[in-house]
Design a protein around this ligand. Structure first.
Ligand code: CP
Length: 314
């Protein structure tokens, strides 16, 4: 059974096909609905809040001709302690695919272990692969050299600021390894890249090529993309004041953006906190492409679902 839990779960040919289809879906959106998931029902299980992921998956399933089934903890037996094994096995008898957002990465891994249908990671504390694929689509679209990630992303310098041990930073590390990008991570020592991502790369035979620095200007120098995420992710609210104080000097400002290439872009997976991880000036600048990133979630996830659905039929 093919799942999409981590960026490297697809092979090269599958990745090429996913990116090609995502661009096709975007170009031909007026032709919706397609037949790609016709007659299928896909579950969406969210342990955590979401706007972009939830809506883009729900709309995406409909646009592929399928039916989304929304699940949460409070209205199912999962919230009352039913085991993941039983839940995954039972849902596999009803559904054709399952999209899950959870805190622990081990939760979706356990679902994938027992599910007889494809499972897609819609964010865990460790990784956010759907976001990264959509972001890479956006970079290819904006930089215009190629729509093939292996050609168009190679050598691009992306600098990530703030909590460099978070799921987005981990996912950029994997993107850098897959597509030969030059990934720089800049944040406080306490939030430097976690040993888990290094172990993950080693176990997956992925090259370890990111650079970490506490000097945000060094990271931004000559970058193609500046990227940041919220300083206080879901689940870390108790540490809010401490995190804000420690990360303040990693705020993405116009001054920092000026260190990057003249034609560089600012990206953020959203939701944003204007005045915290990024200034309003940067958010409002023409170099900010976050709404394109958000839109591309829809097209990319449709392509991922199509790919998994095809894989599991053949
Ligand atoms: N970027 C992202 O995953 O947004 P949501 O939390 O709103 O889904």
């Amino acid at each position: 059974m093919k799942h999409f839990l981590e960026e490297n779960n697809l092979g090269k040919e599958e990745i090429l096909s996913v990116f090609k289809n995502a661009f096709e879906y975007k170009k031909n959106r007026a032709l919706r609905p397609t037949q790609d998931l016709m007659g299928q029902s896909w579950g969406m299980l969210f342990y955590k809040n979401s706007t972009r992921t939830k809506v883009s998956f729900e709309v995406g399933i409909r646009e592929l001709g399928g039916d989304p089934v929304l699940l949460d903890l409070s209205s199912t037996q999962i919230g009352r302690g039913e085991s993941i094994e039983d839940t995954a096995k039972v849902l596999s008898r009803f559904l054709d695919g399952l999209i899950i957002r959870a805190h622990g990465h081990e939760i979706i891994k356990e679902f994938a272990q027992y599910a007889e249908i494809p499972v897609i990671n819609a964010l865990t504390d460790f990784l956010h692969p759907c976001q990264i694929y959509a972001d890479c689509m956006t970079i290819l679209e904006k930089t215009g050299s190629s729509l093939n990630p292996y050609n168009g992303l190679k050598g691009k310098k992306l600098a990530f600021f703030g909590d460099t041990s978070c799921n987005m930073a981990n996912s950029w590390i994997l993107a850098g390894a897959l597509w030969d990008m030059d990934i720089w991570l800049s944040g406080p020592e306490e939030f430097k890249p976690s040993p888990e991502i290094e172990t993950f790369c080693k176990n997956a035979n992925l090259p370890i090529r990111w650079k970490y620095t506490q000097d945000c200007k060094e990271a931004a120098q000559n970058a193609d993309i500046l990227y940041t995420d919220v300083w206080v992710s879901m689940g870390y609210e108790k540490e809010e004041n401490d995190r804000k104080e420690k990360m303040a000097r990693y705020q993405v400002t116009q001054d920092l953006l000026n260190q990057a290439k003249e034609n560089s872009f600012f990206m953020h997976c959203m939701p944003t906190h204007s005045g915290e991880e990024v200034t309003q000036e940067v958010l409002s600048s023409p170099r900010s492409i976050l709404y394109d990133q958000a839109e591309n979630r829809l097209h990319m996830q449709k392509a991922i679902m199509k790919q998994l659905s095809q894989n599991n039929i053949s």
